[in-house]
Design a protein around this ligand. Sequence first.
Ligand SMILES: Cc1cc2nc3c(=O)[nH]c(=O)nc-3n(C[C@H](O)[C@H](O)[C@H](O)COP(=O)(O)O)c2cc1C
Length: 188
Amino acid sequence: MTDRPLIQVIVASTRPGRVGEPTAHWVAEQARATGAFDIEVVDLAAVALPMFSEPEHPSLRAYTQESTRQFSELIDRADGFVFMFPEYNHSYNAALKNALDHLYWEWAGKPVVLVSYGGVAAGARAAVALQPVLLALKMRIAGLLPIPFIAQLVHADGDQRVFQPNEHVERGLKNALEGLTAALAPTN
Ligand SMILES: Cc1cc2nc3c(=O)[nH]c(=O)nc-3n(C[C@H](O)[C@H](O)[C@H](O)COP(=O)(O)O)c2cc1C
């Protein structure tokens, strides 16, 4: 434990071969290198939540399932987030919605950077679709980084796949992380 804020980089895509995973690891490295945050990568494929089936509204925290309780503990300890999510059919992906719907207070009030990606539209429609959901959860958007044609930036390196940013993406992430730092600063 340090006195730095804990930021979780959430890998929203759960499909085999997803480009979101190597990209999230690059984002995590860059965020760690600022020295401003402690960083964890939270992979929704590994978390493997079932489809939401709690009987009570999550704001009551009356969780009945062990998977929900574990996810609650995981998200509760974060001070802020980077959501790394793809555009699927002009919106964000279902695994991210399912994860958001599982909890309430664990998300509420915390800042989030939205890293959206896809083809020419860079996941912008997904980011727009996500915003009312974040408002309902009282989350605060601290930065936006839309990445167009992301597949062109992910390359094989031996048996690994690595994200190799261009200068626009590098600058965009730097700005977004500065927004996150500002959003985490005490206000008074
Ligand atoms: C079900 C599905 C729907 C998609 N719809 C869109 C879309 O609306 N807009 C877009 O730019 N790309 C779309 N794509 C392409 C994805 O952006 C691209 O496959 C990307 O790599 C997905 O991210 P992932 O590899 O991390 O899962 C879609 C892909 C899938 C699998």
